[in-house]
Ligand binder design. Structure first.
Ligand code: IPD
Ligand code: CA
Ligand code: CA
Length: 260
């Protein structure tokens, strides 16, 4: 796959994420069906409509590409390119009218994420990156913060729908809150990662995430100069569940706290 082809994929990801995001924002205050995948795990009609729009526009152009989409699973053909889609990251927020949510699309070629985009329809911010070519917020190149002191850092986390994991993260939370300036829990992992990439957060961690939550966001953090690992500092890939993403400078201090 050459750079021109990857750029073409990335442009399509940005275009379709923007269209899906606008569809979500336009319908935010309409009545839409909500069902449950678990006691606290919602799926709305809008998750499905957003995913359908994205999948159809990718397959119309690239029918042999593989797709991993959160709601419908494995779709598409058998080619070397795989699109990893979270059609609405932050479903709980969306369902409650809390306007922190996004659309996330990562693009993998033969198992390596080469491009990704995360679109926030509330702020109209499109975060994107191409491997080895940097990370951007709309047209502007972005980089992680320069904060070196954990005690002066703003960090963020998320809590799993798997309720057996909540206590473990509450323990992390209660330790980290005394060693940082503050913790946020905003409820959309893909956007949390982009906030690390553009320096709004100095770090983010979560214990139970899926490839569609992180495929785009992890690349965007890396291309913005940040570090991504498991909580204990060991290397991660999108098939892991736990992630620590930081500006790099507070990484080992935060990792030490989270590995206790
Ligand atoms: C969820 C959000 C949330 C995170 C959960 C994810 P969804 O994704 O990213 O912030 O804490 O672990 O599953 O269900 O809104 O796409
Ligand atoms: Ca998600
Ligand atoms: Ca989702």
């Amino acid at each position: 796959m050459n750079d021109v082809e990857i750029e073409e994929f990335c442009l399509l990801a940005q275009k379709t994420a923007t269209q899906a995001g606008r569809l979500l924002e336009t319908n935010r205050t309409t009545e839409f069906d909500i069902s449950k995948k678990g006691r606290i795990n919602l799926v709305t009609e809008m998750d499905l409509r957003s995913e359908k729009l994205i999948v159809e526009s990718i397959l119309a152009k690239f029918p042999d590409h593989q797709i991993l989409a959160e709601e419908k699973g494995v779709l598409g053909g058998k080619g070397p390119v795989r699109w990893i889609i979270d059609p609405l990251d932050g479903t709980t927020n969306y369902a409650h009218g809390y306007r922190f949510y996004c659309v996330s699309i990562g693009i993998e070629v033969r198992g390596t994420v080469v491009a990704g985009t995360v679109y926030d329809p509330v702020t109209e911010e499109c975060f994107w990156a191409i491997k080895n070519h940097g990370a951007y917020l709309n047209e502007r190149r972005i980089q992680v913060s320069s904060e070196t002191v954990l005690g002066d850092s703003l960090v963020s986390t998320g809590f799993s729908y798997d309720e057996s994991q909540i206590t473990a993260n509450l323990e992390h939370f209660s330790r980290v809150i005394y060693e940082t300036r503050a913790i946020r829990r905003d409820g959309a992992a893909a956007l949390d990662l982009c906030y690390v990439a553009c320096g709004r957060f100095d770090g983010f961690w979560e214990l139970t995430l899926h490839p569609w939550d992180v495929a785009a966001g992890l690349l965007i953090v890396q291309e913005a100069g940040g570090s991504i690992t498991r909580l204990d500092g060991s290397p991660c890939d999108i098939d892991d569940q736990e992630f620590l993403a930081t500006n790099g400078k507070i990484h080992s201090a935060l990792s030490r706290l989270l590995s206790r």
